[in-house]
Design a binder for this molecule. Structure first.
Ligand code: ZN
Length: 190
Protein backbone atom coordinates (compact mmCIF):
# COMPACT_ATOMS: atom_id res chain seq x y z
CA UNK A 1 0.00 0.00 0.00
CA UNK A 2 1.13 3.52 -0.75
CA UNK A 3 1.74 5.86 2.14
CA UNK A 4 -1.26 8.13 2.77
CA UNK A 5 -0.49 11.68 1.65
CA UNK A 6 -1.02 14.85 3.70
CA UNK A 7 -3.82 15.81 1.29
CA UNK A 8 -5.63 12.50 1.78
CA UNK A 9 -5.27 12.69 5.58
CA UNK A 10 -6.52 16.29 5.56
CA UNK A 11 -9.54 15.20 3.55
CA UNK A 12 -10.26 12.43 6.07
CA UNK A 13 -10.28 14.94 8.93
CA UNK A 14 -12.60 17.15 6.90
CA UNK A 15 -14.97 14.17 6.56
CA UNK A 16 -14.88 13.63 10.32
CA UNK A 17 -15.75 17.28 10.95
CA UNK A 18 -18.69 17.02 8.53
CA UNK A 19 -19.78 13.90 10.38
CA UNK A 20 -19.60 15.69 13.76
CA UNK A 21 -21.40 18.84 12.57
CA UNK A 22 -23.85 16.89 10.42
CA UNK A 23 -23.22 18.95 7.29
CA UNK A 24 -22.24 17.99 3.78
CA UNK A 25 -21.26 21.38 2.35
CA UNK A 26 -18.40 23.78 3.00
CA UNK A 27 -16.94 23.91 6.51
CA UNK A 28 -18.01 27.02 8.41
CA UNK A 29 -15.60 29.79 9.34
CA UNK A 30 -13.55 28.71 12.33
CA UNK A 31 -13.40 25.15 11.04
CA UNK A 32 -12.27 25.73 7.49
CA UNK A 33 -8.55 25.52 8.29
CA UNK A 34 -8.91 22.91 11.05
CA UNK A 35 -8.20 19.82 8.91
CA UNK A 36 -4.80 21.25 7.92
CA UNK A 37 -4.08 22.25 11.52
CA UNK A 38 -4.95 18.78 12.79
CA UNK A 39 -2.63 17.10 10.30
CA UNK A 40 0.10 19.63 11.07
CA UNK A 41 -0.25 18.87 14.81
CA UNK A 42 -0.09 15.13 14.07
CA UNK A 43 3.43 15.59 12.74
CA UNK A 44 4.51 16.54 16.24
CA UNK A 45 2.16 14.29 18.23
CA UNK A 46 3.18 11.23 16.23
CA UNK A 47 6.81 12.13 15.58
CA UNK A 48 8.00 9.07 17.51
CA UNK A 49 7.67 6.82 14.47
CA UNK A 50 10.69 8.51 12.92
CA UNK A 51 12.98 7.73 15.86
CA UNK A 52 15.04 4.72 16.68
CA UNK A 53 16.13 3.41 20.10
CA UNK A 54 19.58 2.24 18.93
CA UNK A 55 20.31 5.69 17.63
CA UNK A 56 18.98 7.49 20.74
CA UNK A 57 20.97 5.29 23.14
CA UNK A 58 24.11 5.05 21.00
CA UNK A 59 26.19 7.71 22.80
CA UNK A 60 27.45 6.07 25.98
CA UNK A 61 30.09 7.05 28.51
CA UNK A 62 32.30 5.05 30.82
CA UNK A 63 30.53 4.56 34.15
CA UNK A 64 33.87 4.99 36.02
CA UNK A 65 32.88 2.32 38.48
CA UNK A 66 29.47 3.75 39.37
CA UNK A 67 27.21 0.76 39.95
CA UNK A 68 24.26 2.31 41.78
CA UNK A 69 20.83 3.16 40.48
CA UNK A 70 20.48 5.86 37.82
CA UNK A 71 16.94 7.22 37.96
CA UNK A 72 15.30 9.92 35.89
CA UNK A 73 12.02 10.63 37.59
CA UNK A 74 8.89 12.74 37.11
CA UNK A 75 9.43 13.07 33.38
CA UNK A 76 6.22 14.38 31.85
CA UNK A 77 4.87 12.97 28.62
CA UNK A 78 1.83 13.18 26.38
CA UNK A 79 0.64 10.27 24.33
CA UNK A 80 -2.43 9.10 22.41
CA UNK A 81 -4.40 6.01 23.33
CA UNK A 82 -4.71 3.64 20.43
CA UNK A 83 -8.22 2.56 21.41
CA UNK A 84 -9.93 5.96 21.27
CA UNK A 85 -7.30 8.31 19.78
CA UNK A 86 -7.67 10.34 22.97
CA UNK A 87 -4.72 11.86 24.82
CA UNK A 88 -3.28 10.34 27.94
CA UNK A 89 -0.52 12.02 29.87
CA UNK A 90 1.37 11.87 33.09
CA UNK A 91 4.86 11.18 34.29
CA UNK A 92 7.38 8.43 33.87
CA UNK A 93 10.23 7.23 36.06
CA UNK A 94 12.98 5.42 34.20
CA UNK A 95 15.90 3.68 35.90
CA UNK A 96 18.80 1.40 35.23
CA UNK A 97 21.87 0.02 36.99
CA UNK A 98 24.89 0.43 34.71
CA UNK A 99 27.50 -2.15 33.84
CA UNK A 100 30.56 -0.22 32.56
CA UNK A 101 28.58 2.23 30.46
CA UNK A 102 26.12 5.00 31.20
CA UNK A 103 23.93 6.93 28.79
CA UNK A 104 23.43 10.69 28.71
CA UNK A 105 20.50 11.31 31.04
CA UNK A 106 18.52 13.28 28.42
CA UNK A 107 18.56 10.15 26.27
CA UNK A 108 16.18 8.45 28.71
CA UNK A 109 13.74 11.32 28.20
CA UNK A 110 14.16 11.03 24.43
CA UNK A 111 13.46 7.31 24.62
CA UNK A 112 10.25 8.09 26.49
CA UNK A 113 9.28 10.67 23.84
CA UNK A 114 9.96 8.21 21.06
CA UNK A 115 7.45 5.78 22.54
CA UNK A 116 4.90 8.32 23.76
CA UNK A 117 4.67 10.11 20.43
CA UNK A 118 2.99 7.14 18.80
CA UNK A 119 -0.40 5.49 19.09
CA UNK A 120 -0.01 3.63 22.35
CA UNK A 121 -1.40 1.76 25.23
CA UNK A 122 0.29 2.47 28.54
CA UNK A 123 1.21 -1.14 29.24
CA UNK A 124 3.08 -1.60 25.97
CA UNK A 125 4.75 1.79 26.29
CA UNK A 126 6.11 0.84 29.73
CA UNK A 127 7.33 -2.51 28.45
CA UNK A 128 8.91 -1.08 25.29
CA UNK A 129 11.04 1.42 27.19
CA UNK A 130 12.45 -1.32 29.40
CA UNK A 131 12.95 -3.67 26.46
CA UNK A 132 14.97 -1.04 24.58
CA UNK A 133 17.15 -0.29 27.61
CA UNK A 134 17.78 -3.99 28.14
CA UNK A 135 18.63 -4.66 24.50
CA UNK A 136 20.74 -1.60 23.74
CA UNK A 137 22.70 -0.88 26.94
CA UNK A 138 22.43 -4.29 28.61
CA UNK A 139 22.39 -2.99 32.22
CA UNK A 140 22.36 -5.00 35.44
CA UNK A 141 18.72 -4.02 35.79
CA UNK A 142 16.26 -1.56 34.29
CA UNK A 143 12.79 -0.37 35.13
CA UNK A 144 10.01 1.97 34.08
CA UNK A 145 7.09 3.14 36.19
CA UNK A 146 4.43 5.23 34.46
CA UNK A 147 1.54 7.13 36.06
CA UNK A 148 -1.03 8.58 33.70
CA UNK A 149 -4.50 10.01 33.38
CA UNK A 150 -6.45 8.97 30.32
CA UNK A 151 -8.63 11.34 28.32
CA UNK A 152 -10.79 8.45 27.18
CA UNK A 153 -11.68 7.76 30.81
CA UNK A 154 -12.09 11.39 31.87
CA UNK A 155 -14.30 12.62 29.02
CA UNK A 156 -16.36 9.58 28.18
CA UNK A 157 -17.31 6.12 29.40
CA UNK A 158 -17.03 5.94 33.19
CA UNK A 159 -16.07 9.69 33.43
CA UNK A 160 -13.55 9.38 36.23
CA UNK A 161 -11.59 12.63 36.48
CA UNK A 162 -8.89 11.75 38.94
CA UNK A 163 -8.15 8.09 38.37
CA UNK A 164 -4.45 7.50 37.79
CA UNK A 165 -3.28 4.38 36.04
CA UNK A 166 0.09 3.06 37.16
CA UNK A 167 2.13 0.53 35.21
CA UNK A 168 5.58 -0.82 35.93
CA UNK A 169 8.06 -3.07 34.24
CA UNK A 170 11.18 -4.41 35.95
CA UNK A 171 14.08 -6.36 34.49
CA UNK A 172 17.27 -7.89 35.85
CA UNK A 173 18.18 -6.81 39.38
CA UNK A 174 14.96 -4.81 39.77
CA UNK A 175 13.01 -7.96 39.04
CA UNK A 176 15.15 -10.49 40.92
CA UNK A 177 16.28 -8.54 43.96
CA UNK A 178 13.66 -7.11 46.28
CA UNK A 179 16.33 -4.84 47.82
CA UNK A 180 17.05 -3.14 44.47
CA UNK A 181 13.35 -2.81 43.79
CA UNK A 182 12.54 -1.28 47.18
CA UNK A 183 15.48 1.14 46.88
CA UNK A 184 14.11 2.21 43.49
CA UNK A 185 10.59 2.70 44.84
CA UNK A 186 11.98 4.74 47.73
CA UNK A 187 13.86 6.99 45.31
CA UNK A 188 10.76 7.42 43.13
CA UNK A 189 8.52 8.27 46.08
CA UNK A 190 10.98 10.59 47.81
ZN1 ZN B 1 -8.63 4.91 25.41
Amino acid sequence: MNEISDAQATEAVETLIRYIEKIDGELREGLDRSPQRVIESYKEIYSGYADDAEEILSATFNSEGYDGIVLLKDVEFHSMCEHHLQPFSGKAHIAYIPVDKIVGISKLARLLDMHSKRLQNQERMTESIVEDLQRVIDPLGCAAVIEAQHGCMRCRGVSKQNAVMVTSSMRGAFFDKSQARSELMQLINK
